[in-house]
Design a protein around this ligand. Structure first.
Ligand SMILES: Cc1ncc(COP(=O)(O)O)c(C=O)c1O
Length: 397
């Protein structure tokens, strides 16, 4: 048996050992993207706070008011005595927002994806996933006992081919709406057609789409004009564009009731604290009312792309606030991260196994809370860091 020390040393040698950064304080509160880490003030370009809601005072106020009434913790699971009014009201608001009969709250997107995958597929069936699907969808598929098959990334023809191949029936086809590390969109209309033709349920995890994509922020489905019939199972998270925490599954009433009865990651866990649900409800209201946040993050994304491309930064084909710069090797991304950090920017290097081998990258994420000048300065710093790193080819892949 290998020791922990040996395992850790191997990660270290491959430059794959991860280190947490402790945020010591939030600085420049008016901008909401300032952090202090190890005594240094940095502008954060790594969060999923696309609409700048995580430090919105209205969310914190809702949390504090609810905590004064309901306490900090739910003290039990939803099916025992932990389900409260704030949960119920948030579920109703989420169902209404997504245009579905019901929504079911979960403690996290990870738990929601475990629930849908493990409850909607089982032994003797197949579960089909995009090659770059989020880890929680993959883990849920493994837990289901179904045979897991993956198709080439964002390739509906490849999905159709696997669906039509001989074998057990395909119970579910699951995909991210917006891919978390690439920022591109799944070809949802073609996937919906392919799934429907073979009687497979389509599950879309729109963790990075809801709130941001589509004219009114209703996500990838709104972008493509797809209804609940085309995508019967929708997963959303509340810890990204909504600036809060938790997640939900939205769909027809019978689906939600089935998950409530069967999904182990719903049943056997303490209910999300009500103050968190209260903050999410305020966030949902702001997502609805303050379309300027979406417009702003889109404009900043366009500005970043135009300037970065002009500066020769190798971007991927992403129209969302997720803008990866793929450099290949772990050494290269770590070197550029360090240079950016020294220049005052937090852009965390994303390495395997989060992304495939040889596809290590900087994942730059724009937020409505950024200033134009910060975006411009990041591009300058990035171009300089890439040029300086390229001068040391031993770190490039
Ligand atoms: C596509 C996707 N799905 C699900 C999750 C998990 O959501 P949560 O952070 O709420 O557990 C994430 C990221 O964390 C994600 O990127």
């Amino acid at each position: 048996m290998r020791s922990f020390e040996q395992e850790l040393a191997q990660l270290e040698r491959a430059q794959l050992r991860r280190r947490r950064l402790t945020v010591e304080a939030f600085t420049a509160p008016a901008q909401r993207v300032g952090l202090r880490i190890e005594g240094r003030e940095l502008t954060d370009f790594s969060s999923n706070d696309y609409l700048g809601l995580a430090r919105e005072p209205a969310l914190a106020r809702a949390m504090a008011e609810c905590a004064a009434r309901a306490g900090a913790g739910s003290a039990a699971s939803h099916l025992v005595s932990g389900h409260g009014r704030e949960h119920a009201q948030l579920e109703e608001a989420l169902a209404e927002f997504t245009g579905r009969e019901r929504a079911l709250l979960f403690g996290s997107g990870y738990a929601a994806n475990l629930a849908v995958m493990s409850s909607l597929a089982g032994r003797g069936e197949r579960a089909l996933l995009d090659k770059l699907s989020h880890a929680s969808l993959i883990d849920g598929a493994r837990l289901s006992g179904a045979q897991l098959q993956r198709y080439r990334h964002a390739d509906a023809a490849a999905a159709r081919q696997v669906l039509g191949a001989a074998g057990a029936p395909v119970a579910v086809l699951a995909t991210d709406g917006v891919f978390s590390m690439d920022g591109d969109l799944a070809p949802l209309p073609a996937l919906a057609q392919a799934a429907a033709a073979r009687g497979a349920r389509l599950i879309v995890d729109d963790a990075h789409g809801l709130g941001v994509i589509g004219p009114t922020g209703r996500g990838s489905l709104e972008h493509f004009g797809l209804d609940a019939h085309a995508v019967p199972v929708l997963v959303g998270t509340l810890g990204k564009a909504f600036g809060s925490y938790g997640a939900f599954v939205a769909g027809e009433a019978a689906l939600v009731e089935f998950l409530l009865q069967k999904a182990r990651s719903y049943i056997y866990t303490t209910a999300l604290p009500q103050p968190v649900a209260a903050a999410s409800r305020v966030a949902l209201e702001l997502v609805r009312r303050e379309g300027w946040r979406r417009e702003r993050v889109r404009a900043l994304t366009a500005r970043f792309r135009a300037r970065a491309l002009a500066a020769g930064v190798p971007l991927m084909d992403s129209a969302t606030p997720i803008q990866p710069v793929v450099l290949g090797s772990a050494a290269a991304v770590l070197a550029v991260q360090a240079r950016l950090q020294a220049a005052g920017y937090l852009v965390v290097a994303i390495r395997p196994p989060t992304v495939p081998q040889g596809r290590a990258r900087l994942r730059i994420a724009l937020s409505a809370a950024h200033e134009e000048a910060q975006v411009d300065a990041l591009v300058d710093a990035l171009a300089a860091a890439l040029a300086a790193t390229a001068a040391h080819p031993q770190v490039l892949a």
